[in-house]
Design a protein around this ligand. Structure first.
Ligand code: RIB
Ligand code: CA
Length: 348
């Protein structure tokens, strides 16, 4: 009997061994690519442990992003996962700057939260009431630091929004840089145009100073899913239909968001969306779908001109100790889409 009980006690340790701890830092809207990334990882418990979710301003302001994350966790039957908000806004960028950019250098394709003035406005997911649970306010940065310090060398950060929370954690406790196993992020653009401004990808454009801090850091491995590879993984109506037709609560939310909001497949059948953050999440499950990558030292432009947020080569003389970035460039779309579809259409 005692032996049986001992084996039972050992089970959680054995179950956790070999699984990757992932700190999930997101700027989630209602569902989109951030929500898909969360579902993919949460539905892979044999590979991934997510001890908590940190929310950063980006697509929406953090209280709204946290509300959406709490809702997705409910649909996944995982309400016990804590959700934290941290930075209330980007380090330097602001609503006024985003407006000024438009006046001086042309219309921005997407401004996310910087198009809205009221960070306190929170709406529930359509058809639901506001969640009774609330995020742990202003605790995201401390959560990142304590998780990294608790398991030095073991923790992967999945950064799928602007890098504000992560940059603040690195500035508050520089010692954690080398204790992070790796950061896998969606952001930046090398040889293709931006999708916020003509020059810059949205996550880097929203908080260029934060992205610069991370790219100049000593984090041992930096793995980048920028627009160069993301543009090769479009989601069109045919792919959307394969997921939306599953009619589970998660697939219904996917249908609602991608169908009626961005990119709006239900009204614009010729629209194109992108897997973006879901590609970065997929990499944690099956890195073999990437078929070409390159190592580069990278930086982000932070001067106030039309290149604000653009990805550029790093002058390593001014950032001694900075580690290179592995830039993902080509992929096997069929392989990664099958994974995405499999995870998003699973019965709950
Ligand atoms: O450029 C794509 C990024 O911007 C993704 O992280 C997406 O979620 C949006 O925030
Ligand atoms: Ca995102």
């Amino acid at each position: 009997m005692l032996r049986l009980w001992g084996a039972f006690l050992l089970l959680p340790a054995a179950w956790c061994a070999g699984r990757e701890t992932v700190l999930f830092d997101t700027d989630s809207g209602l569902f989109g690519d951030d929500g898909a990334a969360l579902v993919m990882l949460m539905r892979s418990p044999e590979q991934i442990v997510i001890p908590g979710i940190t929310v950063v301003p980006g697509n929406v302001w953090p209280d709204q992003g946290a509300e959406y994350m709490l809702h997705i966790l409910d649909l996944l039957h995982r309400p016990q996962i804590p959700v934290f908000t941290g930075a209330a806004g980007p380090l330097v960028h602001s609503v006024a700057m985003a407006r000024d950019y438009g006046r001086r250098w042309g219309v921005l394709e997407f401004m996310g939260a910087l198009a809205h003035n009221d960070p306190a406005a929170v709406a529930p997911a359509p058809g639901w009431k506001l969640n009774a649970r609330k995020p742990h306010h202003e605790a995201a940065v401390q959560f990142l630091i304590s998780e990294i310090e608790r398991q030095p060398g073991e923790v992967t950060i999945l950064a799928i929004g602007p890098m504000t929370n992560i940059a603040l954690a690195l500035r508050l406790k520089p010692g954690i840089e080398t204790k992070i196993k790796r950061i896998v992020f969606m952001g930046g653009n090398l040889k293709v145009p931006g999708n916020a401004s003509a020059m810059a990808e949205f996550n880097f454009w929203f908080d260029p100073e934060a992205a610069r801090i991370v790219l100049r850091s000593r984090i041992p491995q930096k793995i980048m899913f920028g627009l160069d590879i993301c543009n090769t993984a479009p989601i069109r109506k045919a792919e959307f239909d394969q997921i939306a037709s599953a009619h589970t609560p998660i697939a219904d939310l996917y249908r609602e968001d991608l169908g009626n909001r961005y990119p709006g497949f239900l009204h614009k059948p010729n629209a194109t969306g992108y897997m973006w953050d879901s590609l970065a999440a997929a990499y944690l499950l099956d890195p073999g779908f990437v078929t070409r990558s390159e190592s580069r030292y990278l930086d982000v432009l932070t001067v106030w001109n039309k290149f604000y947020g653009a990805t550029v080569p790093l002058d390593t003389h001014i950032a001694g100790g900075a580690t290179p970035v592995t830039v993902m460039l080509e992929l096997d779309f069929k392989r990664v889409f099958e994974l995405y579809k499999d995870k998003l259409t699973k019965p709950d």
